[in-house]
Design a protein around this ligand. Structure first.
Ligand SMILES: [Zn+2]
Length: 150
C-alpha cells in the first residue's frame, strides 16, 4: 500500500492488510542494553517492503473521537481475526534510528498498526478489546490447539 493511500473497502483487503500488519510488517523488539531501555517497533507498509519505519519508544495520542474498525490479526493469537475499533487518527511520538525525536500524524492502516504495536509494548493484545465472551472463546480454542500440538 502506497503512502497516503487508504485501505480498500473490500473486507478481504482489510483483513489481509491488518493480518500483515500484525505479523510480518510489525515487529516488536524489547531491547535492553547497559542502562538503556529501548522499545523498538519496525514497520513497513510499503508494497515492496523497502521503507521500514523505525519507532523507538513510541507513544501515541488520539487526535479524534472518530473510530475506525479493522479486522485485526496477530502472531500472538494465531488464526484469529476480529474487528477492533480504534481512533482513526493518532499523533505518534517516537525516536528515529538515530535517536532523534520526531512526530508523525498517522491515519488509516498506519494508525491501526502503530496502535497495535504500541499495545504489544505495553503487554496488551487486540483480543483485550473484545468482549469477555469473545476473548474467552478464543482463549479456549487456543488452549485446545496448544494441547493438540503438545
Ligand atoms: Zn500483534
Amino acid at each position: 500500500m502506497g503512502e497516503g493511500e487508504q485501505p480498500g473497502e473490500d473486507d478481504e483487503d482489510r483483513r489481509y492488510a491488518t493480518q500483515q500488519a500484525g505479523t510480518q510488517l510489525g515487529e516488536v523488539r524489547n531491547q535492553t542494553q547497559v542502562n538503556v531501555h529501548k522499545r523498538i517497533v519496525v514497520m513497513d507498509l510499503s508494497e515492496d517492503r523497502s521503507e521500514p519505519r523505525v519507532f523507538i519508544n513510541p507513544e501515541f495520542e488520539p487526535l479524534t473521537d472518530e473510530m475506525e474498525q479493522y479486522q485485526e490479526g496477530c502472531l500472538s493469537v494465531p488464526g484469529f481475526y476480529e474487528n477492533v475499533d480504534r481512533p482513526q487518527k493518532v499523533k505518534v511520538k517516537a525516536l528515529d534510528r538515530d535517536g532523534k525525536p520526531y512526530e508523525l500524524i498517522a491515519e488509516g492502516l498506519l494508525a491501526v498498526c502503530i496502535q497495535h504495536e504500541c499495545d504489544h509494548l505495553n503487554g496488551k493484545l487486540f483480543v483485550d478489546y473484545l468482549s469477555n465472551l469473545k476473548r474467552d472463546r478464543i482463549k479456549k480454542k487456543l488452549e485446545k490447539l496448544h494441547r493438540q500440538n503438545a
